[in-house]
Design a binder for this molecule. Structure first.
Ligand code: PMV
Length: 320
């Protein structure tokens, strides 16, 4: 067997995070400049057993020694679910090396990208094939480790590698972006596990349904308008909606001082709109800019404390 490699992109959420958990729509976009990569080779020094080597987190996981009830890490669970899907009981001697340049716990979908890359590479190495729907379902199962009650948006945008308009338990709608536009994506440098933010919103929701429900509903409405603005190529409207979405996320308590500083910094430098993206409490934010504003908004974001900033140019239409 020659070396087999598969990749999966990062993602960002343009509208609708958190509300999407409650059945409202959200829009997510893949980021192809940041990827997780899995490489599979046959290990000739052993007769059987799959090992996962993750140099970024200095871990080697030996899958053959794990019992199903010990599968509490996402990487091992991914391999286990692939083997289970194809009813493979005898593990071939394979080494899967996984690397990622997506910062973890920062709203860019690092967990789903790593699982997707591992699953795709292993399936190829096992000379099997899987439908995109089944792969999406498999990665969704793994996402439960990261998120507890994931909406499914991360795995879907990452597995399909296309902009999506996503409503939980509804058919996936691939989005057409008619007018190219640019985002700056800035990292607070503060990792924040999505699960905690999602759990906290759930507690608020359970405690004060009447108070919290309107925020979620408003986020859903903003997302519907955001889809229209994307279709119309109306960047002014898009920016305004992003600002409104950020305010509502603040009210849901999922922003942070660092995120607010970056949002304010981008807006003061003339961005068309800015919001946190993903689970919040840290991680990344996005700022919508006109192309010519790149340098000034990028400097403002760094000044406001961004640890990393990069630009994402959105395609004029979804790649088929
Ligand atoms: O993985 P993150 O941090 O981008 O969060 C995903 C978006 C949430 O709505 C917060 C959670 C979910 O499962 O949809």
């Amino acid at each position: 067997m020659t070396m087999i490699t598969a990749t999966a992109p990062a993602k960002t959420i343009l509208f609708g995070e958190h509300a999407v958990v409650y059945g409202y729509p959200a829009i997510a976009i893949p980021i192809s400049s940041h990827t997780a990569t899995a490489t599979v080779v046959q290990n000739t020094e052993r007769l059987s057993g799959i090992h996962i080597i993750a140099p970024d987190i200095a871990k080697v996981l030996k899958i053959e020694t794990l019992q199903p009830d010990q599968l509490d890490d996402a990487l091992s669970l991914t391999v286990y679910l692939v083997l289970q899907h194809f009813k493979i009981t005898q593990q071939p001697p394979l080494d899967i090396t996984v690397r990622s340049n997506i910062p973890p716990a920062s709203g860019l979908g690092s967990g789903a990208a790593v699982s997707t890359a591992i699953a795709k590479a292993l399936i190829k190495a096992l000379e099997q094939s899987i439908t995109i729907e089944a792969l999406n379902q498999l990665v969704f199962e793994v996402e439960k480790i990261h998120h507890g009650t994931p909406s499914g948006i991360d795995n879907t945008v990452i597995v399909y590698e296309q902009p999506i308009y996503y409503v939980r338990n509804q058919p996936i709608e691939l989005l057409t972006i008619n007018q190219p536009f640019a985002l700056l994506i800035a990292d607070t440098g503060c990792p924040a596990p999505t699960k905690i933010a999602v759990d906290d919103v759930r507690k608020l929701y359970n405690k004060d349904y009447a108070g919290i429900h309107p925020f979620l509903e408003n986020i859903g409405n903003i997302c519907i308008q955001g889809k229209q603005a994307l279709e119309d190529g109306n960047t002014i409207k898009l920016g305004d909606l992003m600002n409104q979405n950020h305010k509502l996320l603040r009210q849901l308590t999922v922003s942070s001082e660092e995120l607010d500083n970056l949002v304010d910094g981008a807006m003061q430098a003339g961005a068309l709109g800015a919001k946190l993206s993903g689970g919040g409490r840290g991680g990344n934010m996005i700022a919508l800019i006109k192309d010519e504003q790149e340098q000034i908004v990028m400097s403002a974001l760094k000044q406001a404390g961004a640890a990393q900033v990069f630009k994402l140019l959105l395609p004029s239409k979804s790649s088929e």
